[in-house]
Design a protein. Structure first.
Length: 434
């Protein structure tokens, strides 16, 4: 059994970006779970880790129950940081799957030392084994007063799309055919934009977070592959026996001025199609959580709430439940993953239809990333608004929920809105037609 971890508070607040760049910029296996630049709430964690040989190890952990030991230094107390891809989860759920072997289907780093940052309290802690924690605190404190310089501009490059805008519009029509036939209520149709160029993954992440900051951003690197994400969607959070999910369905761009911006937010909130799309996924997530929660405990804590980010307005709901005794992380993932916001409903039928329509793997996109603690707490975000970097280049996935009332032109435009920021961080523009 590994030695217990202790937390040593830094004497002063330190910028997570500065600490990561100083301590881990060149580490082959490193992570930065990011509440965002200038965040006033939330937590960030930065550190390095060791690739986990057993990708199933986090699944075996029993989900956290109430009454754990008090710990000031945040909810992550050591465990794993990494990602799970979409395709293997779809296959585990009974759907057909294809795989993109340029990226690991799952990647976890075993983490036993890191720096935790409480943005609300402006406090930071070095977390490691006794003795090493003091050394790590001293290393991090050396950079407390330094502000990270901006990332260099990206070299211009070209992006290729998996589907043309016209082809994607045609697939929307086929989604509506499936809905008319009663095979689905909603389908989350996705596509991919690829860059075939050498990519500095960390620089791309720094540009991405500067332009489209999000409360669940993150950078995870393991050898030649990396994930850079400005995700606004929390997939699963487990704390003291309670599991929460916050599905996003419904998107509008930000307006050019305050009046236009407010009008777009109101349009999102009142649009019948967007509201129906969101409620369908809320019902799906209630059903998924009921499989691992105590009877009668699953409820909707927030419904159809507009959250605003630099590039988009989003329509968000919150569903929670009390986990049944003995539920493991694997049990929870089997009940809920892939997330309904990235499949549609009914889930298995939707995934099967989408496999036939998309005719290509999603890879890490539409999966999830974040941390799983040794104590069974966890916080996982959706891999959306993200850049996936592999030795041959990088890709950005994007999509949208298709219902019977979907307008093809509007859905195509929404994909462009979602993909524009990550592509810009790579130095690429949307291909013609998008």
């Amino acid at each position: 059994m590994s030695d217990p971890l202790v937390a040593v508070e830094l004497a002063a607040w330190a910028d997570p970006a500065s600490v990561f760049l100083a301590l881990h910029a060149d580490d082959p296996h490193a992570f930065w779970l990011d509440a965002g630049p200038d965040a006033e709430l939330g937590w960030s964690w930065v550190g390095s880790g060791t690739p986990e040989a057993d990708a199933g190890a986090p699944r075996a952990v029993t989900c956290a129950r109430a009454g754990g030991e008090a710990w000031e230094a945040g909810r992550f107390r050591g465990g794993w940081v990494g990602w799970l891809g979409y395709d293997e989860a779809a296959e585990r759920a009974g759907a057909p799957a294809r795989y993109d072997e340029r990226m690991p289907r799952a990647k976890w780093l075993r983490v036993d030392e890191f720096v935790a940052f409480d943005h609300g309290g402006r406090r930071a802690w070095a977390v490691a084994t006794a003795g090493r924690a003091d050394e790590l605190a001293a290393e991090a404190a050396r950079f407390a007063a330094f502000a990270a310089t901006p990332a260099a501009s990206a070299e211009p490059t070209a992006a290729a799309s998996r589907h043309t805008a016209e082809e994607y519009a045609g697939l929307i029509g086929r989604c509506r055919d499936a809905i008319r036939e009663g095979d689905a209520y909603q389908l989350c149709l996705t596509t991919r934009f690829e860059v075939a160029a050498s990519v500095d993954a960390l620089a791309a992440y720094r540009r991405l977070r500067a332009v489209t900051p999000a409360h669940h951003g993150g950078f995870v690197r393991s050898g030649p592959v990396s994930l850079a994400s400005a995700s606004p969607e929390r997939f699963l959070e487990v704390e003291e026996g309670v599991v929460r999910t916050r599905p996003i369905k419904g998107t509008r761009p930000r307006g050019a001025d305050a009046a236009a911006d407010a009008a777009l937010a109101e349009e999102l909130l009142t649009d019948a199609k967007e509201r129906a799309e969101n409620v369908m996924i809320v019902d799906l997530m209630r059903n998924d959580l009921s499989r691992v929660c105590e009877p009668g405990s699953v409820g909707v804590d927030g419904l159809l709430e507009v959250e605003s980010y630099p590039a988009v307005h989003q329509l968000v709901s919150t569903v929670s439940g009390t986990l049944a005794h003995g539920v493991t992380v694997g049990d929870l993932l089997d009940a809920t993953f892939p997330a309904g916001s990235m499949t549609g409903a009914p889930k298995l039928s939707a995934m099967t239809i989408l496999h036939d329509l998309e005719r290509a793997p999603r890879g890490v996109f539409a999966g999830c990333f974040g941390w799983v603690g040794d104590d069974g707490a966890l916080d996982l975000a959706m891999v959306i608004r993200s850049i996936v970097v592999h030795p041959g280049g990088a890709y950005v996935g994007a999509g949208g929920g298709i219902t019977w009332r979907s307008d093809a032109a509007a859905e195509v435009a929404e994909v462009g809105v979602k993909a524009r920021g990550p592509l810009a961080a790579l130095g690429a523009a949307l291909p013609p037609g998008w």
